[in-house]
Design a protein around this ligand. Structure first.
Ligand SMILES: Nc1ncnc2c1ncn2[C@@H]1O[C@H](COP(=O)(O)OP(=O)(O)OP(=O)(O)O)[C@@H](O)[C@H]1O
Ligand SMILES: [Mg+2]
Length: 498
């Protein structure tokens, strides 16, 4: 199959999002689509699959002009789209999610549960997910596993063109390897793949061609072998970026935060002990599902604890709810912005001021002017691409939503800030801005904990790295001695020979 999108334009109200984009997707080719947050990547693919209608321009499939009225129709015609935001039903099982509206019936016309169970199992196996029951509720899976379920859904459709919008944002390195194998197999079968990603290494490892978008325009399409990272970055942001990880110069003070013998009620983690100093950034590394997010949720009051103590500035905190944590000076940016981070139909201002609303109130009245100024400041600092602070958050691009989540916690002025995958889905330029901001928060004496599955990132920003393996601390590395190899060794249950 060959898909040509020609001179595609699209506006939402007065917001001109696409201004004449050209892209050609060929079968048997992996085509990277890169560009800053809000450049229009997802919108372009939404138009291809009939979720939105273009204002002008043409879509030509194998020589014939087409227009799909909805994603279902596109899928039937062989174009499948794995969205950036997952659209699974958490209250339903994996099997039910996969076979929703396409149940397998037996010869008697009855739903063949056994067959669906077995097929689900075989798909999960194909993606190297062996120990999860097809009847497990999707809501109980890790974000990475949920992403795999999304991928299975597309594999089931027998597509000719497969669009993946940041498929690895929530995957561990191991899961990424499995996914790449699946993608390469599809390519060998002649499937054309559109691969949207902010991860440069992945694009160069996996893709054949790359199209870079900037501000609603397709800037260039070239063979991957004819370009390099610096060139791609320059085309994306319109300038060069030299140091990806800005130097951190904060003075590190005394220990202000300490966790002792923390264990989860369900056994997800045991006996976690660590401390963080004022002005220090401590990175938490480990494989997806190792329990890092659950530890942070336990500290914050979102995950039931069996035992353990938490100390802030030598006072023991009795954590039971997120409200108490916020009051006590602990901020938490969750990894799953869709369910825990944002209120999608609220404005940007409402979202960024939500946890700190007391700080914006005088005599019980909300100070709207200060709120507005704060939101505007955050838009400027974090390069949030929005028309204004009154934009509805659900209409921002994925990466820009992530920046809003971060802005929320900056307003609170916490003493300890826990960030779970803070740069997921964020473009290179804005990532650097977020690191810079973290350094500034550290300068103010805030203790920062960062959970990140991006190894270069953990190494680039942390003063110290704690590695978690199967719910236990596998080791601790100082910035000076840490390297990718050692982290991976610890994360996979190995020991370092010194
Ligand atoms: N339904 C919508 N209503 C209004 N504006 C929208 C809508 N969908 C997208 N936009 C706007 O279109 C622009 C492009 O968004 P899009 O999601 O295509 O960006 P993107 O390149 O995928 O970015 P990211 O890397 O952050 O995912 C953004 O400014 C966004 O706010
Ligand atoms: Mg997008």
């Amino acid at each position: 199959m060959r898909v040509e999108m020609k001179n595609i334009s699209k506006s939402f109200g007065t917001n001109e999002v696409l201004k004449g984009v050209d892209i050609t997707i060929n079968g048997g080719e992996i085509h990277a689509l890169m560009g800053e947050n809000g450049a229009g990547k997802s919108t372009l693919m939404n138009i291809l699959t009939g979720l939105h209608e273009q204002n002008s321009g043409e879509i030509v499939v194998d020589g014939t002009t087409v227009k799909y009225d909805n994603p279902k129709e596109a899928e039937v015609k062989g174009i499948s789209f794995i969205h950036q935001e997952m659209i699974n039903w958490p209250e339903m099982s994996i099997k039910e999610n996969l076979f929703l509206n396409k149940e397998i019936k037996n010869n008697f016309g009855l739903v063949d549960d056994k067959k669906m169970y077995e097929e689900t199992q075989s798909y999960l196996k194909q993606l190297n997910i062996k120990d999860i029951d097809p009847n497990e509720l999707v809501g109980n899976l890790t974000v990475g596993q949920q992403q795999m379920v999304e991928i299975v859904k597309s594999l089931m459709t027998d597509c000719q063109i497969l669009i993946m919008d940041e498929p690895t944002a929530a995957l561990s390195d191991k899961e990424v390897d499995v996914l790449f194998k699946v993608i390469r197999d599809l390519k060998d079968k002649g499937v054309g793949i559109v691969y949207i990603s902010h991860r440069m290494e992945e694009v160069f490892a996996l893709c054949d061609v790359i199209t870079v978008m900037r501000d609603g325009l397709s800037i260039d399409t070239v063979n991957i072998s004819d370009t390099n990272t610096d060139e791609v970055v320059r085309k994306m942001v319109g300038r060069s970026i030299t140091d990806y990880y800005p130097e951190k110069t904060s003075t590190i003070g005394d220990t202000i935060f300490e966790v002792k013998n923390l264990s989860a009620k369900d056994g997800m983690y045991e006996n976690i002990n660590f401390s963080v100093k004022a002005g220090e950034i401590v990175g938490f590394s480990g494989l997806m599902g190792a329990g890092r997010s659950e530890i942070m949720k336990g500290i914050y009051g979102l995950y039931e604890l069996e035992s353990g103590q938490i100390y802030l500035e030598d006072n023991e905190l009795k954590i039971s709810t997120p409200e108490k944590s916020i009051k006590n000076g602990i901020g938490f940016l969750t990894e799953d912005r869709k369910t825990e981070g944002l209120i999608l139909d609220f404005t940007l201002t409402d979202n960024v001021t939500l946890p700190s609303i007391d700080g914006f109130s005088k005599n019980g009245l909300v100070d709207e002017k200060t709120e507005k100024e704060f939101a505007q400041l955050m838009i400027k600092r974090l390069l949030i691409r929005a028309q204004s602070e009154n934009d509805i958050v659900g209409q921002l691009s994925g990466g820009n939503q992530q920046k809003v989540v971060l802005a929320k916690w900056i307003g609170v002025g916490p003493k300890v800030l826990i960030l779970d995958e803070p740069t997921r889905g964020v473009d290179v330029g804005a990532k650097r801005e977020i690191y810079q901001l973290m350094n500034e928060l550290a300068d103010r004496g805030i203790a920062i904990i960062v959970v990140s599955s991006d190894l270069p990132e953990v190494l680039g920003i942390s003063d110290r790295i704690i590695v978690i393996h199967e719910g236990k601390i596998a080791g601790e590395l100082d910035k000076k001695e840490a390297n990718q190899e050692d982290i991976m060794t610890l994360a996979t249950g190995g020991t370092l020979n010194e």
